[in-house]
Design a protein around this ligand. Structure first.
Ligand code: LLP
Length: 451
């Protein structure tokens, strides 16, 4: 077990986060519940922002909203002085509704729709990260139509395979994201962008993947991008002024995970960029980083109530909780691993090995295979750690389970930032066409007779 941020075990042997007893949170807000440690989120924002500002003043940190985005989160990000990476019209809309300035948004996506692009142009989005030739053309046409000049980055595939799950690798050549360096597509796109009237090429972008611990691929990506900037200068005379190196820095999910501190990570990135820029006699570009997971991941905890417990003799004990793949897709999708604690009696002994199952109709709906926990009973509270990134944002309504509520906790106070979905929410977009309307109400007896 490990504790992060403001977590502590209180006198009643309960898990406390942000000064709030999680047993009380369960009573007040129900379970499953996403609990976000606001102080830790702010601390992580500050670590990126301040380290970067100190070592590399021409810089900007953009929080990657896909990790976790709600209107309250947008407010927090703006208060912390970060920009925002958005990946869809829905994320742009959420941020605009929260009063986040469009000019501080960076718009990503490998297939932005014309409607999304129009929305982004109309609100004055800060940067478009163009992912393909096809998008270059579409954006140019839509910008012309809107009589605007779109400020763009080109997303480059640096050809680097970071050591992480295949599904979250993005920098390799065979990827749906970005324009290849090795095959000359990135350079051709630079030339095309420079010739296009309604586009203003401001910089380059790359993102090599996510949940990466090893520093080498980041260093290699930075070097490769600066080499490419040098090549662009030689071949076109154009000096790239902004360089966005994406996100991807890994966090701790298990006790044995040991990521660099955010400060150390930023220091390493900065020195890689400075080294190469000096080697090329290049002016330092404005440097952007887009962390998502490393800002919110460890700050999130999901609280569940234990329900059915089933022994499969000689094989394993399944402990089912009141959530699962509908609030945490990561175990099913990436074979992700987690730590958990029994929130209402953290230090109980002895430990026994169990498997934590979800309640969806899917055998792969497991949260944790084989974890040592105190013997569990129906009604116990289980807290799964490091669930702040890509959990709420990937939640779904399989089996028509309503999605959980989200609370921010801070200084002993819990604030609801997303309400729990209701059954009414689940049917609010459903329509019954006239020809399917029930003809007449049947009594329970009539129904039973025809069953
Ligand atoms: N920038 C771009 C262009 C990205 O595509 C991503 C993540 C980020 C920044 C932020 O990366 P981070 O710092 O969070 O690693 N659903 C997966 C992760 C997908 C990441 C997608 N892109 C998961 O649950 O592990």
């Amino acid at each position: 077990m490990f504790l992060t941020g403001t977590m502590r075990i209180n006198e009643q042997n309960h898990l406390e986060i942000g000064g709030c007893d999680t047993v009380e949170l369960a009573k007040e807000f129900g379970t499953p519940l996403y609990i976000m440690d606001e102080a830790l989120i702010r601390q992580n924002c500050a670590a990126y922002r301040d380290t970067l500002a100190q070592l590399y003043p021409k810089s900007q940190v953009a929080y990657a909203g896909k990790a976790f985005l709600t209107m309250a989160m947008c407010r927090l990000i703006e208060e912390e002085g970060l920009a925002l990476d958005v990946a869809s019209g829905g994320e742009i809309y959420t941020a605009l509704q929260a009063g986040f300035p469009a000019a501080k948004m960076i718009f990503h996506g490998n297939n932005k729709t014309p409607e999304e692009i129009r929305l982004a142009l109309a609100c004055g989005i800060g940067r478009f990260v163009v992912d393909s030739f096809s998008e270059l053309e579409l954006l140019a046409n839509l910008a012309a139509e809107a009589k605007k000049k779109a400020k763009i980055y080109l997303r480059v595939k640096p050809g680097i395979e970071a050591h992480t799950h295949h599904y979250i690798q993005t920098g390799q050549m065979d990827s749906k994201f970005g324009l290849g360096l090795a095959d000359g597509q990135a350079l051709a796109a630079v030339k095309a962008a420079l010739k296009t009237k309604h586009l203003e090429l401001r910089g380059l972008h790359c993102h090599i993947g996510s949940q990466i611990f090893d520093f080498k691929p980041f260093q290699l990506a930075a070097h490769t991008m600066l080499d490419f900037m040098q090549e662009i200068k030689k071949k076109t005379g154009f000096v790239v002024e902004e360089l966005d190196l994406g996100g991807g820095f890994g966090i701790r999910y298990l006790k044995q995970d040991n990521p660099y501190s955010l400060t150390a990570f930023v220091e390493l990135i900065v020195s890689s960029v400075k080294e190469k820029a000096a080697e090329h006699g290049f002016p330092l570009p404005k440097l952007l980083l887009e962390p998502g997971r490393s800002i919110v991941g460890e700050a999130g905890t999901t609280l569940y109530t234990v329900g059915a417990i089933k022994d499969v003799p000689g094989i394993r004990r399944y402990v089912a909780v009141d959530g699962g793949m509908t609030d945490n897709l990561r175990t099913a999708l990436y074979d992700a691993k987690y730590e958990a604690v029994v929130a209402n009696r953290v230090y109980d002994r002895p430990l026994e090995k169990v498997t934590i199952a979800g309640r969806a109709c899917e055998s792969g709906d497991m949260l944790i295979w084989d974890i040592e926990l105190p013997p569990l009973n129906r009604g116990d509270l289980l807290a799964v750690l490091s669930t702040g990134a890509y959990h709420y944002s990937m939640a779904n309504n399989y089996n028509r389970f309503p999605r959980p509520a989200v609370v921010f906790v801070r200084d002993g106070k819990a604030s609801l930032v997303v309400k729990r979905e209701t059954y009414a929410d689940l049917v609010k977009n459903d329509l019954i066409p006239g020809y399917l309307q029930p003809a007449e109400q049947k009594t329970a007896k009539q129904v039973e007779k025809n069953f």
